[in-house]
Every structure is written in C-alpha cells, then in structure tokens.
Write a protein that binds this ligand. Structure first.
Ligand SMILES: Nc1nc2c(ncn2[C@@H]2O[C@H](COP(=O)(O)OP(=O)(O)O)[C@@H](O)[C@H]2O)c(=O)[nH]1
Ligand SMILES: [Mg+2]
Length: 346
C-alpha cells in the first residue's frame, strides 16, 4: 500500500495514459533533485513506452489506447536527493469505465473507490476541445464532451469530503495544440467555470494547468520534451505531504513530551533520594540518571527526525513555488497567488 493515492478523471483520448508516461519520462531522470521510481511491475510497461516515445515517429510513438475498461495501478516513490518523500498510487483506466456502471460494475466500483480514497483529484480536459477561436464553442465542447460525464463524479466527491475537500486539479492536455487558441488564463477559467460550476465553490481549492508531451510532438518527427508535466503531481504531493508532516509532527511532539515527563520524574526521584537521611537508594539514583541520559538522547533523535521532515517539506514547497508561474490557483472561487507560507511556520 502506498502512502497516498491520486486519481485522474478523464474521457478516452484525453491524455491520461500519456500523462503518466510523460511524468515518468521527466521524473525518472530527475528534476531539481526530485526523482520518481516505480515500485510495481507496471514499470516495465512505462520503460517500453518511453523507448517508443523516443524511437518512433507519428502516432506509433504513443501508447496504444488503454483497453476501454482496463484498470492499471501504478505505484511510485518520490525521492528528494535519495531521501524518500512519499509513495503514491496513480490509477489509470480506460475512459469508458466512467460510463460502465451497469456493463462493468467491477471496474466502475474500483474507480469509485479510488476517487473516494484520493488525496487529490485530477480532471483531465482534452486540449483538442479548446482548439476553436470562439470562447462559446470552447465552452460547449468542454461541457458536452467532458463536463457532462465528469460532473456527477465531482459532485459525489465534493459531497463526500465536505469541509475536508482535497484539491481538485484541472489538467488541460495537448497544450502544444491548443495554446494557439487560448486567449489568456481568464478564458480558461471561464470555460472551466461554465463547465464544472459545482467545483469552484466556497471551500474548494482548485488548480488549473496546461501540459504537453512536447511543443512539436504532434509533428511526424517531433521530439518528446514534456512541458509542465510535473506540476499536477507536485500539487498533489505538496498537499498530501504537508498533511502527513503535520500528523507526524504532532506525534513526534507527543513522544518528546512523554520523554520530558519521564526526565522530570527521574529528576524528582534523584532529589528525593538525595534528600533522605539514611536510606538513600544509590541504585535508584543511578537508574534515574541513566534514564535521563537515555531520554535526552531519544529527544535529540526525534528532533533530528523532525528537522529531516522539515527539510523535505521545504524542498517540495520551494519546487512548487518555483513552478507557480505556470499554474492558476482558485481558492473559494477567487484567483489567488500560490504561497507556501504555511510551510515556513512548520
Ligand atoms: N499533440 C499532443 N497529442 C497528445 C499529447 N498527449 C496525448 N496526445 C494524443 O492523445 C492520444 C490519446 O492519449 P491517451 O493518453 O492514450 O489518452 P487516454 O485515453 O486518456 O489515456 C495519444 O495517442 C496522442 O495521440 C500531447 O501532449 N500533445
Ligand atoms: Mg489511457
């Protein structure tokens, strides 16, 4: 079991499988000290796809479409300078699964379960749907060919999570194709807001970013050179790792407090024994002194552990801040600047 799970919602052909491939392609060699590796046998599939992405041309270089209701689970480990940050599961499935409630109830149930366990939910919007000069037609495309099917899943997720709603990340794929048609961030927000109106509510935190496998990847001999591909998953990691760190921190602080209590009990024992006139128990004094040394050593270890976590958390926050020019954050329905201030107080 990985530490956390992310799920991508998107129709067939929206670019979900290529996204995983692109992310692996980018991160396996490392970005700013961060690397990911796969932990399960699905890695070999990614390795084959990577070779093909580099060696083939035209449509052959992309993974063959995911079987319509096939479900694969990728397990990744994210490391920073060879230290593990966390492991995460990323579920990939054929886009038809979204509509297979009756025909393939197992795959559908697996998808529903994955959504409800997810620490971040990704909505993949096919960039092809934005390849139109007219904003109204973009809205119509996204509403009809994406929103209509995905909205019920989003509504369930929002209701189920309530006040604890995890971030929802809109990933607009194939930006190499659609960037020529997008006027500005406002237009993208407008299209998404019209198509997924239930999402941009008071207690939601939504991110929007565009990704591509490469600027000229659509050309016959275009090269893979992923753009923004690490952003969506760094957003998920940032939130989940921050939550995990807070949890670990409060546990460590409780443990440190226990040890401090034990030290003060030992100190009382020592002064009690020393205060006795005739019956001083020197063994008890020795035990108490040993206990104080031992507990002080354990406190130092715990504090070091906390420092290590703090360092990792700061590195994740710094990386997301570095990338923040390339995504939009909508908090409670309003666009705000991304800031990792909460982490600096950690
Ligand atoms: N131009 C371009 N095409 C892409 C990109 N990513 C995916 N595609 C195309 O979209 C197709 C479907 O992608 P895929 O990941 O299989 O979609 P899925 O059904 O959501 O898994 C691929 O076969 C590619 O032809 C991209 O970044 N740029
Ligand atoms: Mg697929």
């Amino acid at each position: 079991m990985a530490d956390t799970r992310f799920t991508a919602l998107g129709l067939s052909g929206s670019g979900k499988t290529c996204y995983i491939l692109g992310m692996y392609y980018e991160m396996v060699t490392g970005v700013k000290g961060f690397t990911i590796k796969t932990l399960n046998e699905t890695a070999s599939k990614l390795e084959d796809w990577m070779d093909r992405l580099d060696d083939e041309t035209g449509a052959d270089r992309f993974p063959a479409g995911t079987g319509l209701t096939e479900v694969s689970n990728y397990e990744f480990d994210l490391n920073y300078q060879n230290q593990k940050i966390m492991s995460f599961d990323w579920m990939d499935y054929g886009g038809r699964t979204l509509r297979e409630k009756e025909n393939n109830p197992e795959a559908f149930a697996e998808l529903k379960k994955s959504i409800s366990e997810s620490a971040a939910l990704y909505v993949f919007v096919d960039g092809d749907l934005l390849c139109d000069e007219d904003t109204e037609r973009k809205i119509k495309n996204v509403k009809r060919k994406c929103g209509r099917i995905i909205n019920p899943f989003l509504t369930d997720f929002i209701q189920e999570k309530g006040a604890e709603l995890p971030p929802i990340v809109f990933v607009i794929t194939k930006s190499d194709l659609c960037k020529h048609y997008i006027k500005d961030n406002n237009e993208i927000y407008n299209v998404l807001n019209e198509s997924f109106s239930s999402v941009f509510g008071k207690n939601s935190r939504c991110y929007i970013t565009t990704v591509s496998l490469g600027n000229d990847i659509a050309e016959e001999d275009g090269e893979a050179d992923p753009i923004n591909i690490q952003i969506p998953f760094f957003i998920g990691i940032y939130h989940e790792f921050f939550n995990a760190c807070n949890y670990i921190k409060s546990k460590i602080e409780d443990e440190i407090q226990d040890k401090r209590n034990s030290i003060s009990a030992s100190r009382s024992e020592i002064s009690y024994q020393r205060g006795r006139w005739f019956f001083t128990n020197y063994n008890k004094i020795r035990w108490a002194e040993e206990n104080i040394d031992e507990k002080n050593k354990q406190i130092a270890e715990k504090e070091e552990q906390l420092q290590g976590i703090r360092k990792l958390l700061l590195s994740v926050a710094a990386e997301l801040t570095r990338l923040s020019n390339n995504f939009v954050l909508i908090d409670g329905g309003k666009e705000i600047d991304f800031s990792a201030d909460e982490v600096y107080d950690f």
